[in-house]
Design a protein around this ligand. Structure first.
Ligand code: MN
Length: 751
């Protein structure tokens, strides 16, 4: 199970100086041990030097837990080498990753000591290190995220070390304050785990996600890990029963292999429960069987298929669940054969077949891929991924970084599909991509002139979503040009930014005509089209810049006759006074919201009159829910549940606006809450529900609706409760009453 090993020794800070010194040395020697097979002559001295510099530089610093700070960079180096498969250079950079940022040591010192190659990597690490800045504004945050992608494109080692750094911080998050935990965990789900996924670091991705869940939704995390523990014995028994016949036959076939069962990560189990609306018991794929073959690169493909054929001789496969990532590896380099078969007792079981080389790639991702690239002629798919990030960054214009980030993130997150050109070349696109995305993926000219497409020889509109295996031919017209509407149906960052930059170019062109119009108008008024006058007009007509103003003049989206109302003083135009009817919210700058620093909002407590707050509509928290406060400009503090679907985004982008929150202990206010219920049709069910709610619990029920069909019913109960405890009690009592098999809290979107 990828639950974090407890790296942090809670008693460390009670050590005396000598014991501490020994501990540091021991950790450093452990690092040398994992590096040993890769150390070349001269490396040892460099490593020692880096270690000494780091120890010296951090000597006065301690982590929040009380440990000496130096243990952190050593741990990061250890992760980089052991879990990501990086080498000596990266280990040295990991040891030094925080010195330029936090100590007297400068980048110049590093360059002098180790050379420019090292300095560049550490510079990259330093640049992106202040991403976790609770006081940074939205724009700075977005800019930081952009920097991360930039450095990724320059030298992927920077981002790999950064991931090691993040993993260690997540493993030791216990000692941080609650608001920092939320912020760091959200940032992890928002950016770092998708990045780890995209780079093929599956192990690290799962661990990051599980750790994030542990802090964002501790209840869910504990419940699922407990359930996994409780069912462990049954599961092992089943896995052994499943494996036994396979093992025998694989041995008979003379294969060298390892076979084992592996539980799914807690976060992915939670995702199933949440998205498929099932209970823990109903998640059928709590584990997967993995077969790792020791086989030479020349034989591995046929050996994997041999294993497939043996498995399907024993168990019946589900034909639509065969995934061949050996013939066509995933974009991040992942190779394996997946099949789902019917195991004993009629349970579906997923089996993953890989060679040990493929397994290394699956666990260590990018780094492992590089290592094999030399002896493997096959070109790295990751190179093309990195290239596409570089392309995106080149196109991204300064200013709308947040928007750009959203576009890139979509590319990072979504599943991939494989689509073919008429000549049979394969292109990898995110799931949900349209024919127009495909056109832009091939060439921006093809995209800008696209009028439609033929998918598998059938004519479709350019907004048609393509599927894996489709063959797509783009139809163009020289007269065609992009339209703002296109942005509604393209998915890829590449298509979006190309269309946007075309539209901008178009706007600039039209603005040229507008400029001529304005020049004439101003000539008539006897004033020049000077910078000062343009600024004055922009302010009056509410335009952001001169292009915006001229464009508006050309397309007539404001009334040029109003220019007559301007006062003229010499060469200057002065705008007439106008009545203000601006939305009051616009008058409050984003960051001017009073920040009750260090204070805590107590909801429905004594601070009620001092701080304005509202319960968020999206997740409708009630007392007892795990919540955080979020400052919304002009609206005071909004209270969200930490499992709100907007939480990760809010916390990652606007962490500086998070306010500590807790519920007051009084029970004066009740909240309207909804639960959905399902069960087997039962004549007395309404009576039972009424008995539970209004009889046993004496709750105030607002409405009850039941819908039954084919012997099953589902319904909704709306009820007033004071807090989470009462709501949980209601669920428990309903289940105990019999006849009702599932009770779920309704989300705002269901209401
Ligand atoms: Mn660090």
């Amino acid at each position: 199970m990828p639950v974090a090993p407890l790296v942090l020794n809670k008693d460390v800070y009670t050590l005396n100086a000598e014991e501490e010194r020994m501990l540091i040395l021991r950790k450093y020697r452990a690092l040398l041990r994992v590096l040993k097979p890769r150390i070349k002559p001269g490396d040892k001295k460099l490593l020692r030097r880096a270690f000494e510099i780091a120890v010296e530089a951090h000597s006065e610093m301690r982590r929040k837990s009380g440990e000496p700070y130096i243990l952190h960079p050593i741990a990061v180096a250890q992760i980089a080498v052991e879990e990501i498969g990086l080498g000596v250079t990266s280990a040295i950079c990991a040891l030094l990753h925080d010195v330029v940022e936090d100590t007297e040591v400068t980048l110049g010192d590093i360059e002098q000591e180790f050379g420019v190659r090292y300095a560049r990597i550490i510079d990259g690490l330093t640049k992106i290190s202040n991403v976790v800045d609770l006081n940074a504004t939205t724009t700075i945050q977005a800019e930081n995220f952009r920097k991360i992608l930039l450095t990724l494109a320059e030298d992927p080692r920077v981002i790999l070390i950064k991931l090691a750094d993040r993993l260690h911080n997540m493993r030791t998050l216990d000692s941080m304050a609650r608001d920092k935990q939320l912020k760091i965990a959200s940032e992890t789900t928002y950016l770092y785990s998708p990045l780890a996924h995209r780079l093929g670091l599956y192990e690290i991705k799962s661990e990051l996600e599980d750790l994030a869940l542990k802090y964002l939704q501790p209840e869910v995390f504990n419940e699922i890990s407990q359930a996994l523990k409780d069912t462990h014995r049954d599961r092992s028994r089943y896995i052994n029963e499943f494996i036994r016949p396979l093992k025998e036959m694989l041995e008979v076939a003379g294969l060298d292999f390892k076979i084992y069962g592996r539980p799914k990560a807690i976060n992915s189990i939670w995702n199933k429960i949440r998205t498929k609306h099932v209970t823990f018991e109903e998640v059928y794929d709590l584990f997967a069987i993995r077969i790792i073959l020791n086989s030479s690169p020349e034989r591995e493909k046929q050996d994997c298929w041999k294993v497939y054929s043996i498995i399907t001789n024993v168990y019946r496969p589900s034909p639509e669940r065969l995934r061949d990532w050996i013939s066509v590896p995933k974009g991040n380099g992942y190779e394996a054969l997946h099949t789902t078969v019917m195991g004993p007792g009629g349970r579906w079981v997923e089996v993953q077949i890989r060679s040990s080389r493929m397994n290394d790639i699956a666990e260590k991702g990018l780094a492992a891929h590089w290592r094999y690239k030399e002896d493997n002629a096959q070109e790295s798919k990751l190179d093309s991924f990195l290239q596409s990030i570089r392309d995106l960054l080149l196109q991204a214009e300064h200013g709308d970084t947040l928007e750009f980030l959203q576009d890139v993130k979509l590319d990072l997150f979504t599943e991939e599909i494989y689509v073919y050109t008429p000549k049979g070349d394969m292109r990898v696109l995110p799931k949900g991509a349209t024919a127009l995305d495909f056109a832009f993926d091939i060439h921006s000219d093809l995209g800008t002139h696209c009028i439609g497409a033929k998918v598998n020889y059938k004519l479709v509109p350019m907004s048609h979503a393509v599927k894996s295996g489709d063959q797509v031919e783009i139809i163009t017209s020289a007269k065609q040009q992009p339209d703002a509407e296109w942005l509604d149906f393209v998915l890829t960052g590449k298509a979006k930014s190309k269309i946007k930059s075309f539209l901008k170019e178009e706007k600039r062109r039209i603005a040229q005509d507008g400029k001529v119009i304005m020049e004439k108008k101003l000539q008539a008024l006897g004033v020049p089209l000077s910078k000062a006058n343009i600024t004055e007009m922009c302010s009056f007509f509410q335009k952001t810049d001169s292009t915006d103003l001229f464009y508006g003049a050309a397309v007539g989206n404001f009334d040029l006759r109003e220019l007559k109302n301007f006062r003229i003083e010499g060469e200057r135009m002065l705008q007439p006074a106008k009545e203000t009817n601006l939305d009051s919210r616009q008058l409050i700058p984003e960051d001017a919201v009073p920040h009750p620093k260090g204070s805590e909002v107590v909801i429905f407590g004594d601070t009620q009159d001092k701080i304005l707050y509202k319960l968020a509509n999206c997740c409708q928290p009630i007392p007892g829910d795990d919540v955080f406060g979020f400052q919304s400009p002009g609206e005071g503090v909004k209270i969200h549940r930490t499992d709100c679907r907007y939480a990760a985004q809010l916390l990652a982008h606007h962490g500086h606006r998070v306010v500590k929150t807790k519920w007051a202990k009084n029970k004066e206010i009740s909240f309207l809450c909804g639960v959905s219920i399902t069960g087997l049709d039962d004549v007395g069910v309404i009576q039972k529900i009424a008995n539970v709610v209004t009889g046993d619990l004496k709750m105030n029920m607002r409405s009850l609706s039941i819908d039954s069909h084919n012997g099953v019913f589902d319904g909704t109960i709306m009820v007033f409760v004071h807090d989470r405890e009462e709501l949980d009690l209601l669920s428990q009592k309903l289940i105990e009453s019999g006849g009702i098999s599932k009770v779920e809290r309704l989300e705002a979107s269901d209401l």
